[in-house]
Write a protein that binds this ligand. Structure first.
Ligand code: PEP
Ligand code: MG
Length: 596
């Protein structure tokens, strides 16, 4: 996370979030709450149009705040609801509106950039005053700014900023809803100031196969639209206006990466079988219909995790049952007869939709999300269940519940499923009455009571992305806690081992679908811990298959038992690196770093 200015170019360090390297021209977006904001110059003739856009965005923001205010008054109380009354007063402030319009006219910038600038300045002024009460109001201004920018992004005709072909998108953060609106085919790479390897935008970048470096705090200060960039998504480095010698170096690396993939091509048609002859299903994680193309390209045994958030994030209202059914059915058709696990939409936390404002929370990861949120919005839940069930009439699909905490979540969801089945039968619609229902194990409570929980469901899916953040108290989206976010932490490994044991004793299938399963360095360890079914991003399948084919289960079990005795993630990682260099650990207990 440092900047090294050298010989006229700058090298910025961040976190490697999606492997691959790319060269291109920077396109800087400032990313408002739930929306992306291009900064651009405008012509004098556009000023009036920008004024109208501002007024309709303010009206939209006002309407959203009114809904929020009523909602909070009903659910929490009048005092808390007043926060939104105060925010509406900020929106009504004529002097702020004048300042924004003056900035548009005088600086000839688009209204999003003007709102951003004026509100930033206002926030900065408030943050510097001595009065604590006034200082705290800065957060409200910030919140209103983000809401107006979001409303502007949703205005008529703004389907998302025009991204020039070959652009490298540089932004403060990329929320999934923002990323979804970009012309992804034009994007060569992503660089973000915030986020870490397990942010949803990083996952999205990996599933697109687009290189990404995240958590580069000075990205927006150091990079301007038009700068030449090299994004090294392997090392986690970004070069700004690099020398031609560096460009040549990266040309070579890009060619190497292409050929290393080529080297694994022969694995596509081979099965994922260990050295001792155990064949293991290797499934794909997908986010949208077109990802099934990649899953088929790499010959996935099925889809272990179909995240459904993408479909919700690219619309301006909840997708209808038919809209959901259409693309899910097409995906199931393509994957048939392989298994396909549809996960219910996991909203809340960092996954927010512009048209579904959630009450503000100090800690969104611990607020309403996943199944607990859906159970409070039964219409959204029922609509999606209807779509899943209709697909089940012809295809072997199952339903996965996100962020399950305990058996009540499962029982309530099952009850809603029964109601929906009853309604579909009454309408004469076909579905699989025995459609399997599974639970994500991604919250420590669920992990600790796997065996009990397993009896309530048909299968389990281990979501280490969230499990790691909750076990280690390290926000998966926050670069400042990134060094605490350690999938290889022995506490996480111990918990995984007990989840495996719980599932085994209950006789339930368990798949691991968290990102840690996609790193070939982890494969032997995960198999040694007892996992037998892996679901990974399509781009990671060949490497993981290669690692499976180099693993002997006896050896893997020995490796896992050593790892479980270690004291830190760094020691486990050193052990895995050593194992990769010389897979036979015979006597490794003495030589493994940190094991004495
Ligand atoms: C997980 O938490 O590991 C998981 C697979 O779900 P998501 O990354 O979508 O939260
Ligand atoms: Mg999760």
């Amino acid at each position: 996370m440092l900047a090294y200015p050298a010989k006229g170019f700058t090298m910025l360090k961040g976190t490697a979030a999606s492997a691959g390297v790319a060269q291109g021209t920077a396109y800087v977006l400032t990313c408002g709450y739930r929306s992306a904001v291009p900064q651009r110059s405008i012509r004098a003739a556009e000023v009036d149009g920008e004024r109208r856009r501002l007024d309709s965005a303010v009206a939209r923001a006002e309407a959203e705040l009114l809904v929020l205010q009523d909602d909070v008054r009903d659910k929490i109380g009048a005092t808390q609801a007043d926060i939104f009354g105060a925010q509406r007063l900020i929106l009504d402030d004529a002097s702020l509106r004048d300042r924004v319009l003056r900035a548009v006219e005088e600086k000839r910038i688009n209204v999003e950039a003007a709102v951003s600038d004026v509100f930033e300045e206002y926030t900065r002024n408030l943050e510097s005053v001595a009065d604590g009460y006034l200082r705290a109001r800065a957060a409200d201004i910030h919140d209103v700014r983000r809401r107006v920018i979001s409303a502007l992004a949703m205005g008529a005709g703004s389907s998302g900023p025009e991204i020039p072909d070959g652009a490298i998108v540089v932004s403060d953060e990329l929320l999934p809803s923002v990323t979804a609106r970009l012309q992804l085919e034009n994007v060569r790479a992503f660089v973000t100031a915030r986020g870490n390897k397990f942010s949803h935008s990083s996952i999205l970048a990996r599933s697109l196969g687009t290189p990404a470096v995240v958590g580069v705090p000075s990205a927006l200060a150091q990079i301007k639209t038009g700068d030449r960039l090299i994004v090294d998504g392997v090392a986690g480095v970004v070069f700004v206006n690099p020398e031609s010698s560096i460009e040549r170096e990266y040309d070579r690396l890009a060619a190497d990466l292409r050929s290393s993939k080529e080297k694994l091509r022969h694995l596509v048609d081979l099965s994922s079988v260990t050295l001792d002859g155990t064949t293991l299903p290797l499934l794909a994680n997908v986010n949208k219909f077109s990802d099934t193309e990649a899953a088929l390209l790499y010959n996935a045994d099925g889809i272990g995790l179909y995240r459904t958030e993408f479909t919700f994030s690219i619309r301006s209202a909840f997708p209808t049952e038919d809209e959901q059914f259409e693309f899910l059915e097409r995906a199931a058709e393509r994957m048939h007869p392989r298994k396909l696990v549809f996960r219910l939409v996991d909203l809340g936390g960092d996954k927010v939709l512009p048209y579904f404002p959630l009450p503000p929370s100090r800690n969104p990861s611990l607020a309403e999300r996943g199944i607990r949120l859906l159970l409070r919005h039964i219409d959204v839940l029922k609509t999606q269940l209807r779509a899943f069930l209709r697909v089940s009439a012809r295809h072997p699909v199952s339903i996965l519940l996100p962020v399950v905490v305990g058996i009540e979540d499962v029982r309530q969801a099952r009850e809603v499923l029964r109601q929906v089945q009853y309604e579909l039968s009454a309408e004469g619609k076909r579905f699989d009455p025995d459609i399997p229902m599974g639970a994500m194990i991604e919250v420590p409570s669920a992990a600790l009571m796997t065996r009990t929980l397993a009896k309530e469901v048909d299968f389990l899916s281990l979501g280490t992305n969230d499990l790691v953040q909750y076990v280690l108290a390290a926000d998966r989206e926050d670069e400042s806690t990134a060094h605490y976010y350690q999938p290889l932490h022995p506490a996480v490994l111990g918990l995984i081992e007990s989840v495996v044991e719980g599932a085994r004793r209950a006789g339930r299938e368990l798949t691991i679908c968290g990102e840690m399963a996609g790193d070939p360095l982890h494969t032997a360890l995960l198999l040694g811990l007892g996992l037998r079914e892996l679901s990974v991003a399509p781009g990671q399948m060949l490497e993981v298959k290669d690692a499976i084919r180099r693993t002997h289960l006896d050896e893997a079990r020995r490796l896992a038992s050593i790892a479980l005795e270690l004291g830190s993630a760094a020691e486990v990682e050193a052990l895995l690196n050593q194992h990769r260099r010389s897979p036979s650990l015979g006597g490794a207990t003495d030589s493994a770093p940190g094991v004495t």
